[in-house]
Design a protein around this ligand. Structure first.
Ligand code: NDP
Ligand code: MG
Length: 386
């Protein structure tokens, strides 16, 4: 009855802190091995001391010395910088790596963790969007399982339990529609970052909250689903479900549909990914039918939320197109949050990048880094004209 030893990349974020709550409630099963953050050294130190981590990584080098002074006497190793993140996942004592950092930065450490044979609990969807083909191939070769943390993909994964030999006809990813559901293109022109940061059902990090408002989150999730479950683009559909109770649906070849439901709370999919194959008894709030007498469904609005179409197009085109989509979106979100571009300009920028960044039909790992850099530079050069 050995404990599972876990590394959390991005432990100070929304997913990271909720994962630590799950681990604290199940300390008989899980042991924290490594914690990492971008620059929040104070919280990282607190977490490392509380969970008796073996090592921590801080990305921001200016925070390194103070952090080391604080943790060294406690016997906790401290590393810093981008390479350290990719190296630390190889530590022999780690069984499973939870990728809970944001964006393209997840690609390198996730590849290294898979190469080192670590199981992956994947929250960092951008990594699968960018390099799904390479990641899933490497995982197959190494016998590494990728357990989805994203609630929709966890739902599908749960519905597929016991269905190993039964082909999927199609899947429906549910979308809440975000804070701007029902708005027209005209309405969306003037929405602000503050409005976009208020998600009706989920409390999440800033980047994914903006992605949810622009529907890019669902677009990224379509591509994530393609790779996780080996689907063709035409097997993936989106249905808007504003209550976020049904987390997604699988339709099998006999016409049967299985859905997974529950209150919107990321702790459940996080715990399922960490504890798989076991369902661990929890005290998470239970769903009450009478509080939700109506579950409703709508068609997504591809005209107002153009990012949805761009994501499907990039998936169809393949190669490095999803990498371009992702990098353009990361810049767009950053500039929107900084107040430098409007809400709709995010989609304009993404469209421009998809048309103008060099296309590579069969990228190798290093090509993704080139494409990411090229897209960021191109997108940044366009900001002042938007
Ligand atoms: P947060 O912004 O809340 O947290 C991000 C974490 O990653 C922080 O620990 C941050 O450190 C660290 N980090 C950020 N950038 C870098 C970088 N360049 N290099 C190293 N570390 C970095 O994000 P979320 O928890 O919301 O999201 C994490 C991932 O999970 C995303 O890919 C998101 O799409 C996915 N996801 C999130 C959901 C949610 O409910 N939040 C739901 C489904 C998926 P610091 O605190 O120091 O800045
Ligand atoms: Mg999701």
């Amino acid at each position: 009855n050995q404990k599972k030893h876990i590394a959390i990349l991005g432990s100070t974020g929304s997913i990271g802190t909720q994962a630590l709550e799950v681990i604290a409630a199940n300390s008989d099963r899980f042991q924290v091995e490594v914690l990492t953050a971008h620059s929040n050294a104070d919280l990282l130190a607190e977490q490392a001391l509380k969970f008796k981590a073996n090592a921590v990584v801080i990305h921001d080098e200016s925070k390194y010395k103070a952090l080391k002074d604080r943790l060294f006497d406690e016997g906790i190793k401290v590393f810093c910088g981008r390479d350290a993140l990719a190296e630390v996942v190889e530590m022999e004592t780690i069984d499973l790596v939870l990728t809970a950092l944001v964006g393209f930065a997840g690609l390198k450490p996730t590849m290294r963790a898979i190469a080192a044979g670590k199981q992956i609990a994947l929250a960092n969807k951008e990594t699968l969007v960018v390099a799904g083909e390479l990641i899933t191939k490497a995982a197959r070769e190494k016998g590494v399982n990728i357990y989805p943390v994203d609630s929709e993909h966890s739902a599908i994964f749960q519905c597929l339990s016991g269905e190993f030999h039964n082909p999927i006809e199609k899947i429906y990813l549910t979308a809440s529609g975000g804070p701007f559901r029902g708005m027209s293109l005209q309405d969306l022109k003037s929405v602000t970052p503050a409005q976009a940061l208020k998600h009706p059902n989920w409390d999440m990090g800033a980047k994914i909250t903006i992605d949810s408002a622009s529907m890019m989150n669902k677009g990224l999730e379509v591509i994530e689903a393609k790779w996780l479950f080996g689907l063709k683009p035409e097997q993936i559909d989106i249905v808007v479900h504003p209550q976020s109770i049904i987390h997604s649906i699988v339709q099998f070849e006999d016409g049967s549909m299985k859905a997974q439901m529950g209150l919107p709370d990321m702790k459940l999919p996080i715990q399922y990914a960490l504890g798989y194959p076991e369902r661990i008894k929890s005290d998470f709030p239970r769903f009450d039918f009478m509080k939700y007498p109506q579950l409703t469904f709508e068609k997504p609005d591809y005209k107002a939320f153009r990012n949805l179409q761009f994501a499907f197009d990039a998936m169809q085109k393949g190669g490095n197109a999803p990498c371009v989509l992702n990098a353009a979106n990361e810049i767009a979100v950053k500039e929107f949050l900084a107040g430098n571009i409007g809400f709709l300009a995010m989609s304009d920028l993404i469209e421009d990048c998809l048309q103008n960044v060099t296309y590579i039909a069969q990228p190798r790992l290093e090509n993704y880094f080139e494409t990411d850099s090229e897209t960021r530079a191109y997108a940044s050069s366009k900001i002042s004209s938007l």
